[in-house]
Design a protein around this ligand. Sequence first.
Ligand SMILES: Nc1nc2c(ncn2[C@@H]2O[C@H](COP(=O)(O)OP(=O)(O)OP(=O)(O)O)[C@@H](O)[C@H]2O)c(=O)[nH]1
Ligand SMILES: [Mg+2]
Length: 459
Amino acid sequence: MYDLSLIETIVAVSTPPGSGGIGVVRLSGPAALKIARALFRPKETKRKFEPGRAVLGSIADPGDGRPFDEGFLLFFKAPRSYTREDVVEFHLHGSPVILEEIVRLAVRQGARPALPGEFTLRAFLTGRLDFLQAEAVDDLIRSTSLAQAKSAFRGVEGALSKKIATLRDGVIALIARIEADIEFPEEGRPASKKDYADKIDRIRSTVDILVRSYEKGKALGEGVTIALVGLANSGKSTLFNDLLEEPRAIVTPFPGTTRDYLREIIRIKDASFLLVDMAGLGRPSSPVEREGVRRGKKIAAESDGLLLLLDGSRRFSAADGALIESYRSRRIILVLNKTDLPEKTSMADVNCRFPDLPLVGISALKGNGLAELRKMIYDLFFHLIPADEIIVFRKRDKLLLEEISVRLLRAKGMILRGRPIELAAEEAREVVALTGYLTGEIRADDILDDIFSRFCIGK
Ligand SMILES: Nc1nc2c(ncn2[C@@H]2O[C@H](COP(=O)(O)OP(=O)(O)OP(=O)(O)O)[C@@H](O)[C@H]2O)c(=O)[nH]1
Ligand SMILES: [Mg+2]
């Protein structure tokens, strides 16, 4: 899909579609300045296009010479630009008609319309960014919370790339040590099995921290799903509306009100969660409810966390117990609702039965206990990792890191079991190759498409 030759000059509108205060058209490639000159008249006619200096002027069709907007031309000379190529930006009025016309005229002058993410692709091809940084650029643009944006920006700066480089160096040192032990066993004391195992464990622990950070990355975006489960009429939809701060779901006094499920994003501090309301997971009383329960169970199974509601105005039932039992190994918060009504099930009752599960008492109707519940939801996903940790946002990267972890574990196992040490070295070499896939040092062209085609045009 992408032309990797860097011979052509590309052009695109870099600001979002629609009207705005200003709009930016960007050119990158060897002919960027030549093409820009053909379209632009500096106000002071003798003005040179010095790099990094905004020049005021007007834009005109070279065909008829009539200007149709004025603004600034900015020239970034290679290699000191986003793509490390010559880059020109026109900063004009943010009219889509004008901006598209400039793209058309630039194409007339020999430029090619840029594909999605092609500027960033060029930054990768010229070595200014690696894969991980390029992915972080897109994560930054698309972040849905400030915390995610801040974290993605650290990725743009290369924080994750540095981690991977350190990891790679560690594995290479390990391979060198193994090879030395194989080739010159008489020199020095060969490393013991335990030495090797410790070294591998140290490397693996940093890999595993990165793998685990993926979950936090999801929470910083909007991917962590929390399902509201409980028997019919326990107050799931009431709580759903509370957390959403909007009467989104229908609430009635009749059990079996919710049949379809509803998904909405809720925000707690700097994080977003995807909350799902669904049918009560008790015994269905109609075919419609049965289908609702079936879907609800599937959602509960796929979600990252569960809020399990109990109705405090009713006696704790065998059905409640069965529901908790079936989800107790999951990340779960027990929510005792309707604490405003005369108590039939108390906090102590629940705590006594399930002392190891987090529990909070609320009244979804009156809004009592919601602050505590919000805090518990937040902590459920955020206490795991220290705040300043480097975060892996991409599934691709997480899977590669998991594979690295598996290989390291295998290498360690071989060493401990006394298998030929060459085999462990082989696994370690695979790990080095996998780090190359992470950073893009080993370039798989289908992955290029996968990463860059998701970008916006003009980035
Ligand atoms: N007193 C009191 N009533 C509540 C509370 N929470 C919910 N209710 C009431 O309980 C009834 C059922 O609430 P819903 O939110 O529809 O319960 P649900 O779990 O979504 O029920 P289904 O969709 O049928 O599974 C409604 O009449 C609510 O007003 C509460 O904290 N206190
Ligand atoms: Mg409901």
